[in-house]
Design a protein around this ligand. Structure first.
Ligand SMILES: N[C@@H](CCC(=O)N[C@@H](CS)C(=O)NCC(=O)O)C(=O)O
Length: 215
């Protein structure tokens, strides 16, 4: 267990994947204390009796604060920002229309890019021994990613972030997906390449990426 400063109430489980980077990165943006238990997927660490009692899904990331335990990268990050965020670090938009816009982008990025495209490629590529070989699904998922990257490119042209001037959780999720796109050598529009470079200069991203190492 990697302890960050003294006796934090927050514990995160999981390191080494796109999904585990997200809560670590949020915690770094918020500058809060946490302990990290850097277990990895398919190492057997998510299958132990002890971990299964915590998270019956046997997945990472997982999270515990004083009174609450959560799985799901979206839910963990949202909780952290709502509970510990502020105007100086990171916070959800106050305005209801802006909240809805952010929700729209976050759901789109998680649902269409992460789950429906990139994780399909992973399931039937690197994890084909578990989920089965499906080259047709991989090819279709790549095309699907490219189609949705174009939508995001159009929206981001001339903008700094998805919600114009403010960096939000939807940007954090988009960045983790763009890193994934880059790893898979899927063509990335120029606007998104520049956006990725901009976000990569955030100190919290750099620190979290260094921390998010397997084991
Ligand atoms: N919807 C979940 C997905 C979590 C997930 O699938 N995590 C993967 C690693 S990225 C995992 O734990 N895999 C272990 C397994 O399937 O055995 C989230 O966003 O947190």
């Amino acid at each position: 267990m990697l302890e960050q400063q003294d006796a934090p109430a927050i514990t995160l489980w999981g390191a080494g994947t796109t999904r585990t980077l997200r809560p670590i990165w949020v915690a770094e943006e918020l500058d809060i204390k946490y302990a990290l238990n850097p277990i990895g997927p398919r190492t057997g660490e998510t299958l132990t009796t002890e971990y299964t009692q915590l998270n019956p899904k046997q997945k990472i990331p997982f999270f515990k604060d004083k009174h609450i335990q959560l799985s799901e990268s979206v839910a963990i990050c949202r909780y952290l920002i709502r509970r510990y965020g502020n105007a100086a670090t990171m916070e959800s938009p106050q305005d209801i229309d802006q909240q809805a816009r952010e929700e729209e982008w976050l759901n789109y990025i998680y649902g269409e890019l992460d789950e429906s495209a990139l994780y399909v490629i992973r399931r039937h590529g690197a994890l084909s021994q578990v989920y089965g070989e499906a080259p047709v699904a991989i090819e279709a998922a790549e095309k699907y990613a490219i189609r949705h990257l174009k939508v995001i490119e159009r929206h981001l042209t001339g903008k700094q972030y998805l919600l114009n001037e403010r960096f939000t959780l939807s940007d954090l999720f988009l960045m983790t997906c763009l890193d994934w796109v880059h790893t898979y050598d899927i063509p990335m529009p120029q606007t998104l390449q520049e956006y990725r470079k901009r976000i990569a200069s955030r100190p919290a991203y750099q620190k979290a990426s260094a921390i998010n190492k397997p084991g």
